[in-house]
Design a binder for this molecule. Structure first.
Ligand SMILES: Nc1nc2c(ncn2[C@@H]2O[C@H](COP(=O)(O)OP(=O)(O)OP(=O)(O)O)[C@@H](O)[C@H]2O)c(=O)[nH]1
Ligand SMILES: [Mg+2]
Length: 653
């Protein structure tokens, strides 16, 4: 299988990076007029080299001048290894250091050193330069990197350098192709007859011609890949480690912007992240709020940086920060970035995104610091996958979509499931609407406590009811909305019922410990209400009238409402929400009516019904409504008839 990698140059201005790439590949990266005139690189240059039949390298040549650090960061983002260029006649210089630091925090740990212009230095100078380089790289990931003496003028060392590149390329692991496809756009062309072509370094994943892509942030329209080129040749697909030129259809030239992301799925945009930052100057005085420039890939934005924790040593200053972006970014946890001061003339440092969906940290509490440190460790350390998954689930404070957990932790869905089977209890998996969700035990516990709390209050306020609350009422009171939350509550209520904390009363869930009770005052009020209704017989009372009467006896409106509901549940009264009728009288008139109807083939009219029951005119209407709703009679023009249901009721059904 062939291997595709990207190499980037790094090093101080004028040290011979571009000349060396030309010597290696025959390609001149300084193509712009201004570059030719000034003799320096201003824009990123691109070249490629087939190192063997199965190893090819895309090359990004970056500018060394300190004014173009932003371009340099964009260029080296996503490369697999670095060609660190140091001129033999001048040695380590400021941008040698700065570039090296940038590469280091961007997580580029492989590389080769080219001692350029060796034709201009005698042996003693070359040895001095090498010693200086070795000292500089001591204790870094490039400590064992080969240092190759080269000259772009005499071509000395060029073959040896290619051999070292091949050796390294075989060692370097390829970026995962199974990942999300992402490519930060570095150039945009409008090619006559073809349309838009965008180029970039493929950070992960794989796409094929014909596939659909998205342009993020902001643009939600789908793009279709018309064709792909790598290293100037048409190909059917492109994957992690490629420098790619992608011809897309679906959007206009003006829709594209350097710094946007071509991506194969919708990811949420964010304007706030938690991150770990290493500052290049350990003496740097941290401020609480810092205005900075944030760079990742070709994307840049102003950001306010809020220091959460900070550890200073002689050699480094490490901090956990929260960044608030001026414009939305599309990031994945563990992405690397660089920050510069707001006037863009100093690289402050760089680091790793810990959390693309953090909570807003207003205060720097000890608990927060602790959590951030844990998260930093979990996110940065591969061994702590499970902890990272757990922290993400816990932070969510509701069921977390498994897919989303995978995305945030960069651990695949399958692996999460696998990891979960190793532990038990602290995380559970639920399925709702065909999607899997993660829920922490802590959250379940909170939810259960919430249910108990709500039911306690309910029972306290409704002591004479045996019933509790229905699931939908609980959902509402708990503020749960999503299908996953509904599913979770259903599961939880089941478990709590099985465990004997809850009991089912009709359709409701009540606390097992709940006993109905009425105090003396309430009992007296109930007696009074019963008597009042019986006394009024079929004279209906409005709720308003009842409230007035209750008030005279110092019975609270809320107590009356509960009593009405209580008696209704016990079939002791009938109400349509406005009027109240004594149930015994209603039952008696029901029986009278059914008996009479059973004997009257033509039915009875309202007047006959009234004479039969001796009820006031306005109650007759309500009674008819009740009986029609019960399905025991029908009303056709002026006559009431008994139904089959009515007949069977009469016959003792
Ligand atoms: N004698 C000699 N001159 C060299 C060598 N390599 C580069 N040069 C010269 O050094 C100057 C700078 O070379 P570049 O390749 O443009 O340097 P660079 O590192 O790309 O510079 P920037 O991109 O601006 O940072 C040019 O005039 C080159 O001709 C070399 O190996 N020997
Ligand atoms: Mg150059």
């Amino acid at each position: 299988m062939s291997k595709n990698l990207i190499m980037g140059t790094a090093g101080h201005v004028d040290h011979g990076k571009t000349a060396l790439i030309r010597a290696l590949t025959g390609i001149d990266c300084d193509t712009h007029k201004e570059e030719k005139a000034r003799g320096i690189t201003i824009n990123l240059g691109f070249a490629h080299l087939e190192l063997s039949d199965d190893v090819s390298v895309g090359i990004v040549d970056v500018p060394g001048h300190k004014d173009f650090i932003k371009t340099m960061v964009a260029g080296v983002y996503g490369i697999d290894f670095v060609l660190l260029v140091v001129a033999a006649d001048s040695g380590i210089m400021p941008q040698t250091r700065e570039h090296f630091n940038i590469m280091r925090v961007l997580g580029i740990h492989h590389g080769i050193v080219a001692l350029t212009k060796s034709d201009l230095a005698d042996e003693e100078m070359r040895e001095m330069a090498k010693l200086e380089i070795m000292e500089f790289l001591d204790h870094t990931s490039l400590a064992d990197a080969p240092i190759v003496e080269v000259s772009a003028v005499t071509m000395q060392g060029i073959d040896e350098l290619k051999a070292e590149m091949l050796k390294l390329a075989r060692q370097v692991g390829q970026k995962p192709v199974a990942d999300i496809f992402r490519m930060y756009i570095d150039r945009i062309f409008n090619v006559k007859g073809h349309g838009i072509v965008v180029t970039g370094s493929v950070l992960g994943g794989r796409v094929v011609v014909g596939q659909e892509l998205l342009l993020l942030p902001a643009n939600r329209d789908k793009l279709r890949i018309k064709s792909i080129q790598r290293h100037g040749k048409a190909v059917k697909e492109t994957s992690a480690g490629d420098r790619a030129a992608i011809n897309v259809a679906g959007l206009k030239y003006d829709d594209f912007e350097r710094g946007q992301l071509l991506i194969d799925r919708q990811l949420d945009e964010t304007t706030m992240v938690d991150a770990q930052v290493e500052f290049f100057e350990p003496q740097m005085q941290p401020k609480t709020w810092w205005q900075v420039l944030f760079h990742t890939g070709t994307f840049t934005t102003y950001a306010r940086m809020h220091l959460l924790t900070c550890e200073q040593s002689d050699t480094a200053m490490l901090a956990v920060v929260q960044l608030h972006f001026e414009k939305p970014a599309v990031l994945i946890n563990k992405d690397k970035f660089i920050i510069r001061n707001s006037s863009n003339d100093l690289t402050l440092g760089g680091g790793t995104i810990l959390d693309v969906k953090p909570l807003h940290h207003r205060r720097r509490t000890e608990a927060l610091k602790q959590r951030m440190t844990e998260l930093a460790l979990a996110a940065v350390n591969e061994q702590n996958k499970l902890q990272h998954i757990f922290i993400e689930s816990e932070k969510e404070a509701k069921p977390l979509l498994l897919q989303e957990a995978a995305h945030r932790t960069s651990v695949s869905v399958d692996e999460i499931k696998q990891l979960m089977s190793e532990i038990s209890g602290i995380l559970i998996l639920i399925t709702a609407g065909g999607e899997d969700y993660l829920v922490t035990a802590t959250y379940q516990k909170q939810l259960a406590e919430g249910v108990i709390e709500i039911l306690k209050t309910w029972h306290q306020e409704n002591t004479f009811f045996e019933t509790g609350l229905e699931m939908t009422e609980l959902l509402g009171k708990l503020g749960l909305r999503s299908a996953a939350e509904k599913e979770l509550l259903a599961l939880l209520l089941g478990t709590m019922t099985d465990a004997g904390t809850l009991k089912n009363v009709g359709k409701t869930f009540a606390l097992k410990s709940h006993r109905t009770a009425m105090d003396k005052k309430q009992q007296e009020a109930l007696e009074w209400l019963r008597d009042t209704l019986i006394y009024n017989k079929l004279n209906r009372l409005t709720i308003k009238e009842l409230e007035q009467k209750a008030h005279e006896r110092s019975i609270k409106k809320s107590t009356l409402a509960q009593l009405v509901q209580f008696m209704q549940m016990r079939h002791e009264l009938y109400t349509d929400g406005e009027d109240v009728l004594d149930a015994a009288s209603v039952n008696a008139s029901r029986l009278l009516l059914l008996r009479a109807l059973a004997q009257a083939p033509r039915g009875l009219n309202e007047k006959e019904f009234r004479e039969l029951t001796d009820a006031p005119r306005k109650t007759i209407q309500l009674l008819i409504d009740i009986f029609v709703r019960e399905g025991i009679i029908t009303k056709e023009t002026f006559f009431l008839h008994i139904t089959e249901t009515g007949k069977s009721l009469l016959n003792g059904g």
